[in-house]
Design a protein around this ligand. Structure first.
Ligand code: AMP
Length: 319
């Protein structure tokens, strides 16, 4: 994989806008802040801004910037970790002069003027690491290295998923050489409020399992209000439903104010097509969608159950 176009365009532009996706996660924050750090450290005169929503639990990685509309004119847009144009956090990317997409999701939409995509790599932050270590004049501070390391461990769930390989550990190791504070990152990512702990107990009490083994839990607005957690904090609890032997697919349904967010995970059948069928997308084992009605959720759960039935019977499945 060649990063020459990214390198050349960064050198060419004085103003660079780095965009992430809606509802940013650790890899989104990591790749944005890591790339900003690399550019600012290597080329201090350039103006670089990070754009996505501010997320409290990731604030230790870095802050997002407030940017006026006129700043976008004549700037370069670099859009990280975002598979489709609909998911880009800030529509003002269209005002930028040129766009570069850097991503690791399944390719559905090559919206960039230049597209640097590796569907097989576990995190966009790893692509930023590859870029960093490809050019001798690129530098990073320990804070930037912390950001990229956070992106790697959140998207691989601490090096646990398929796709983690020698390169993953090599790049993570090189970041550690750059000054990563492993325990600082772990402390920030692991600590949670007492309210969230109580909500966990609620999820364990209320989870349901479909006939063939899809485990799911629903978090209504009332529940979220009762436990006094943020919607994103509630959504982050999807991992609670993982690793139940009988249930290769697990789903957390969160009733946000304007939509029903469905987070789908698997250690069995691929679930990206299921998410796509319901207007979403994602990876083979981690996908999601946003729905408007609970009747659609019911239908999605039925399809998920059928997917698991076929998986357990070892027969092909067409959605
Ligand atoms: P999440 O459960 O929100 O972490 O999403 C898992 C993966 O699914 C993410 O990497 C997203 O790329 C993808 N995804 C989630 N929701 C959507 C959506 N509404 N449209 C397209 N892709 C989505």
């Amino acid at each position: 994989m060649n990063f020459d176009i990214l390198y050349e365009k960064i050198k060419e532009y004085d103003k660079i806008m780095i965009f992430g996706h809606v509802r940013p996660d650790g890899d989104c924050y990591g790749s944005l802040n890591g790339l900003k750090d690399i550019i600012k450290t290597s080329f201090p005169k350039k103006s670089v801004f990070c754009l996505t929503s501010q997320v409290e639990f990731l604030s230790f990685v870095g802050k997002m910037d407030d940017v006026e509309d006129e700043e976008f004119i004549d700037s370069l847009a670099i859009i990280c970790d975002t598979s489709t144009r609909e998911r880009i956090c800030d529509k003002r990317y269209t005002l930028c002069k040129e766009k570069i997409k850097i991503d690791h999701h399944v390719i559905i939409d090559n919206y960039g003027d230049y597209n640097i995509v590796d569907e097989d790599i576990s995190a966009t932050s790893l692509l930023i690491c590859r870029f960093l270590f490809s050019y001798p004049d690129l530098k990073i501070t320990p804070k930037g290295a912390n950001a990229l390391y956070t992106g790697i461990i959140t998207d691989t769930s601490n090096f646990r998923y398929r796709g983690v390989n020698l390169e993953t550990f090599t790049l993570a190791g090189r970041l550690i050489e750059m000054g990563v504070d492993v325990s600082f990152i772990d402390k920030n990512l692991s600590s949670e409020s007492l309210r969230a702990t109580k909500l966990k107990a609620f999820i364990y009490r209320s989870l349901k399992v479909t006939k063939h083994g899809v485990v799911y839990a629903k978090l209504t607005k009332t529940t979220i209000k009762y436990y006094n957690v943020s919607y994103d904090e509630a959504a982050s609890l999807v991992t609670l439903l993982s690793n139940i032997k009988e249930c290769p697919v697990w789903i957390l349904i969160i009733n946000y104010p304007k939509e029903i967010r469905v987070r789908i995970r698997s250690n069995g059948p691929d679930i990206n097509k299921l998410a796509e069928k319901y207007g979403g997308g994602g990876h083979q084992k981690a996908a999601g969608t946003s729905l408007k009605s609970f009747s659609k959720v019911k239908s999605l759960l039925k399809d998920a159950d059928e997917l698991v039935r076929c998986y357990k019977d070892d027969i092909p499945h067409d959605l």
